[in-house]
Every structure is written in C-alpha cells, then in structure tokens.
Design a protein around this ligand. Structure first.
Ligand code: FE2
Length: 498
C-alpha cells in the first residue's frame, strides 16, 4: 500500500520557520524508502546548514542535518573518509566518532558499506557474542536479500547518528554486489548458473543500493555512480567507479603458475620464479586497452579535469592507486603460525615470497596502463591531486609520481571501519614490517597495519592535511581513539608529502 510522506526543511532544529516542504509517496516497489530532491526557494544561500524531517500520520522521524555545497570563494573544507564497514566484525565506533564531531563538512564512504557474505565466511567469529550476526544469514543474491542487509545496517544506532548529523557521499565497491566484482562477473559469483546470472544479481544489488543510500538516481541508467561535486573555488571532487561500470576482469597469478590460490595480499606462496610465466603475465597486464574505469568514464573524467579549475582536484575512489609490493621474510615471524596464516608463515620461513608477485591485482596495480593514463591526464591538466582510497583495511599514504618522474599529488588511504585486515592473523612483527615497507616502496610515506579507524582530510588553498584517527578495539563497547598520523601536502611543493 502506498504511503504519503511529508518532508520539511528548516534553518532551525525546531522547524520554525519551515523553509521548504513537500509531499512524496513511497511503497513496496522501493522498499518503503523515501528520497526527496528538495527544491529550495529563491534567496537561499549556497553553503547553508539545514535540518530536515519526515512526517506521516502522527509520526515524525528523527531530525537530520545537512549542508548545501558552497559556491564561489571557500577557505577550507573538512572531509571524513571511511571504507569497509562489516556489520559482523564489530561496532561502528567510527560512525559514532564522526557523529560526535561538529567540524566535519562532508562524509565520504568509499565502498564496502555492506558485505554480501553470509555467516561463517569472513570476520564474524565474534558476531554472535557481539549480537551482530547478519540478516539474512546466507549470501545475498535476490533484491529482498540486499534490501534486508541495508535495513539492518541502517538500524545500527551509530550509523543512524552519523547519517543524521552529516551529509554522506557514497560510492559502491565490490561487496555491495559480490567479492572482487568486475563489469561482467565477480570472484564470488558462480559461473555454473547455481547463483543465476551475474547481470541479474547486479541489478538486484544496484536497485537496493539506490533505494537505501542517499544518492540521486540517474535519470536513465542507474548503473552510473561516478559524479562530481564542486566545492566552491577550493575543491573539485570527482567520485569514481573503479569497480563495476568499466572494469576488465582481474588477472589472477594462479593462471600463470597452474596453482589455485586464494585472493590475498600475498598471492603466491612457496613458488619459485621459474614456475611463474612472467612473460605472459606481463604481456596480459600491460595490454594497452586494459581498463579499470572503462573508456566512457575515462573520457568523462578527462572532460572534468579539462573544464574544472578549483585549487585542488580530489578523486574519491575505491581501491589503492599507488603501486605497492610487500617485503616479508622469516626474520619478521614472531611466533608459531596460527591456522589462518600457516601458509604465509611457511613461505616466510622458506623465504620464497617474491615481492614482484605480491601486487594486489584487484587494485590499480592490476591495471598499470590505465593508471599511467590517469597520471598523465592529471599532469597534462596541471592539477594538484589528492586521491582517497579504501579497501585495504589498513592506513597508508603515498606520493604519486608519473613514469617520467613528475610528482602529481598524494594518495591518502583509509583503514576499515570494522573489517579485519589480512595481517591481523599473521603473527609477524608488524611495526617492523611497516617500517620496512616504507623503505621498500618508493613513494610510500605512511603505513599502519594494526587498527581500524577513519581519515580526516582538511583542505585549504595552501595545503591538504591528512589525519589518521585509529581505534583500539571495535569488539568492545568501550574504546580508545587517537590521532596516529598527520601528513601535509603543500600546494606549492613539487616533491611530496611532509
Ligand atoms: Fe572491504
């Protein structure tokens, strides 16, 4: 049955006076979600804070707060950046922290807002004790499945508090659909037909996403989430889709070794290089048309870079852009391996992990030609670039440098809200590994593997400052939060982060 909903906006939390109001209808077709493209009356100033609420019968919703984007001169902006919020893995302390901060202008969620997994797959060992088991308990596939999972996330009090307090800009990553998705499939989607077609699953996932997430529905094709936000003369923010719309299938090291391996940051264990068909691998990796954005999105981005001229260009996107290799050897082992990390520890003991085989092929490292095209585009249009990325479940920062050695900007990587890191179960000296990685990876300026948390990016016309806030425990109600790292990118500097 359709339900009539009244909405109101005001400059004041007591809604006196109401600035704009209207009526809308929702029904089962959109899972009883409500989305309003509110029109403000003439005379309202851009860059204003509003309170909003929904009314039906005698009921009123909680009051939400949002801001309109400023135009013209903007002196500074503060973004809170996050990714990877697995419900079963712990409490959304990050959301609570951000809800309690009054100084945030915009919240960016870079994807893995939900996970499609059923119980017993990843990061849910303590879910029962924490009363955070997911519904449905099985892997999502139907529209109803995805809807139920979003409804559960939206019922979380910390999630509600954050969304009531700040405007959210979101993009999906793979887990909003299925693990390691690309444009025509996913690692976690069977090709034997037992899970139906990927196209159908994607359609279900996307419909639920547009119902439940605060994102405008494109007029025609709702598979588009790449879009731009102009924050006055300070920031052109371009949110990208590196996941679904144009991504070619990930390469898999296992196809070049004859081995079946799980998708891990360290993919090939116990293998000597001669067993690896390096020539074929590199031929495929460097195939000129190989794309992570797709040709149309690349052209769209190039047009945006050409036609926008704010002080900073910020790319909000899902996966790590900067190159990264791992240097892991047996001297880092701290104790006998746990079951989960046995394979890795055995490989470390034998010192057989080859750094050249540790690229994350699901990140931009798996699409190096597309990355070079992006770097060259940024260099050509003389942009001061900041890229924001998630997905890794650890914190990092990199200088970004073109193949010809030109510094074009920096990447700030946020850790996860709750999702465990691959490194959590690996019994090695992580502090030493972090240090070693900085020496080993040219351009890497910061790495912290040990905690969940979020990133705040403060931008003014002179500089962009990244602040990594970490949390000691997401599995206890009480927790500590601290500022782990601050890095500054000065707009006038030509050689990197300080
Ligand atoms: Fe994730």
């Amino acid at each position: 049955m359709p339900i009539k909903i009244k909405w109101q906006m005001s400059h004041n939390p007591n809604f006196n006076p109401v600035v704009s109001e209207g009526e809308t209808v929702t029904d089962k077709q959109r899972d009883y979600c409500v989305k309003v493209n509110a029109i403000l009356p003439d005379g309202e100033t851009p860059g204003t804070t509003y309170f909003y609420r929904f009314l039906t019968g005698n009921h009123s919703s909680e009051t939400g707060r949002t801001h309109t984007l400023p135009d013209q001169r903007v002196n500074k902006i503060k973004l809170a950046v996050m990714s990877c919020s697995k419900y079963t893995a712990g409490f959304f302390h990050v959301y609570k922290e951000i809800a309690n901060r009054d100084d945030i202008d915009l919240v960016l969620h870079l994807g893995d807002y939900i996970y499609e997994f059923g119980m017993g797959v990843f990061g849910d060992e303590d879910a029962k004790a924490l009363n955070r088991e997911v519904v449905p308990r099985y892997e999502l596939n139907s529209l109803e499945d995805y809807r139920q999972r979003y409804a559960q996330h939206k019922s979380d009090p910390d999630s509600q508090a954050m969304l009531a307090r700040h405007p959210l800009i979101s993009i999906w990553d793979d887990h909003e659909i299925s693990n390691d998705a690309w444009r025509l499939g996913a690692v976690n989607h069977s090709t034997d037909g037992s899970e139906g077609t990927f196209e159908n699953r994607k359609k279900n996932a996307i419909k639920a996403y547009f119902e439940w997430m605060p994102i405008r529905e494109p007029a025609s094709d709702n598979s588009f989430i790449h879009r731009s936000f102009q924050i006055g003369d300070l920031v052109d923010l371009h949110m990208l889709d590196t996941r679904l719309i144009g991504r070619d299938q990930q390469l898999s090291y296992s196809n070049y070794t004859g081995l079946k391996t799980k998708q891990k940051p360290v993919h090939i264990l116990n293998k000597t290089p001669k067993q690896f068909d390096s020539k074929q691998f590199h031929q495929d990796l460097l195939e000129p048309n190989r794309s992570i954005l797709g040709a149309n999105q690349e052209m769209w981005l190039e047009r945006r870079l050409k036609t926008t001229n704010a002080t900073w260009t910020v790319l909000g996107q899902q996966v790590m852009l900067a190159p990264q290799r791992w240097s892991v050897t047996k001297d880092l082992i701290e104790q006998e391996s746990s079951e989960d990390s046995q394979e890795l520890n055995m490989a470390m003991q034998k010192q057989t992990i080859k750094p050249e085989l540790t690229k994350n092929l699901d990140a931009w490292d798996g699409y190096p030609v597309a990355r070079s095209r992006l770097y060259d585009m940024v260099a050509e249009h003389k942009k001061k670039l900041i890229t924001l990325s998630g997905d890794t479940h650890f914190s990092s920062a990199h200088n970004l440098v073109t193949a010809s050695g030109r510094f074009i900007g920096a990447e700030f990587g946020t850790t996860s809200v709750t999702s465990p890191s691959f490194w959590d179960d690996v019994k090695i000296n992580k502090i030493e590994l972090e240090k070693r990685q900085l020496d080993f990876n040219e351009g890497m300026q910061f790495l912290h593997l040990r905690n969940r948390g979020y990133l705040v990016v403060e931008i003014d016309h002179e500089k962009a400052v990244g602040k990594w806030h970490l949390i000691d425990d997401v599995k206890t109600e009480n927790y500590k939060v601290w500022l782990e790292q601050t890095l500054v990118l000065e707009g006038s500097k030509k050689d990197g982060l300080i």
